[in-house]
Design a protein around this ligand. Structure first.
Ligand SMILES: [Zn+2]
Length: 280
């Protein structure tokens, strides 16, 4: 069976959207995304191939359908309850799980893999520095105050390196400004004991890891927005129905039932107008 996306006539889809009062643009950078959709406008990035543009158009169309279902999605990002017309928590949770699996495939997991590798690498570095500290201070505990270190740096500019990777230390009357950094800490403070150098480095790696975690959290929150889950689901459903049925059986069943009941605004019209019959 030919997949839906291959039976979609892109020109017909664009005309269809325009007839619904949507401004469709293919000549912008789509605010740096592959595409975006407001209630009255859809932009598809000009940097995409024709095939990719069609996938993104289907994705943005799904946002539009959702927008008609929940007009405040720009603020709330919508709800799976409304998208799949159910209040049963178990079903909603299952749908969320399934749709996130699809998300990982649509995104091919490259970013996720890279972030994971980066975190593992930092984790190893943190461990190595901790071992150096423990060589001299066996009672040292991560997360607890390192009194000996604090005492040592009390009057030293080295204490700034616990917060920043690089600091300019202003000179006095007869001294120049100097730059100190985590990278060059051994040269900047030649007398500093090895354990304290290791502590400064460890803290820097920890900061780095915290930043990655925060960014990762933001990405995940975006990926899990119901409206994004739904748009990616629809995009994938058009791309590979059998795959969608396998990966997301509960979601597909509900989606098809609701579709048959004409629950989704303009979706039936979309199939009638833009999707060619399958003659196989
Ligand atoms: Zn989207």
């Amino acid at each position: 069976m030919a997949e839906i996306r291959n039976r979609v006539d892109k020109k017909k889809l664009v005309d269809f959207l325009k007839n619904l009062g949507i401004d469709v643009h293919f000549d912008t950078k789509a605010r740096g995304n592959a595409g975006f959709c407001t209630g009255s406008r859809i932009d598809i990035s000009k940097n995409l191939s024709d095939e990719k543009a069609k996938d993104v158009l289907l994705h943005e169309f799904a946002h539009f359908v959702h927008f008609k279902l929940e007009p405040d999605i720009a603020k709330s990002h919508g709800t799976l309850e409304k998208l799949f017309d159910t209040d049963e928590k178990l079903i909603v949770d299952e749908i969320e799980n399934e749709l996130f699996q699809i998300t990982l495939i649509v995104f091919n997991g490259e970013t996720t893999r890279r972030i994971k590798a980066l975190k593992e690498n930092l984790g190893q570095k943190i461990k190595a520095e901790r071992e150096i500290i423990k060589k001299y201070y066996p009672n040292f505990q991560v997360g607890e105050k390192f009194k000996e270190f604090n005492k040592y740096v009390r009057f030293s500019s080295a204490k700034y390196l616990l917060k920043y990777d690089k600091v300019i230390v202003r000179g006095g009357w007869f001294t120049m400004d100097t730059t100190i950094s985590v990278k060059t800490v051994e040269d900047d403070f030649p007398k500093m004991p090895e354990a304290f150098v290791a502590y400064i480095r460890m803290k820097s790696y920890e900061r780095h890891r915290n930043r990655i975690n925060a960014r990762n959290g933001r990405i995940n929150r975006y990926l899990k927005q119901p409206t994004e889950l739904f748009a990616r689901f629809f995009q994938f459903y058009c791309f590979d129905i059998d795959g969608a049925k396998m990966l997301a059986p509960v979601s597909v069943r509900r989606f098809e039932k609701l579709f048959a009941e004409n629950y989704y605004p303009f979706l039936r019209e979309f199939f009638d107008v833009c999707v060619a019959e399958d003659f196989d």
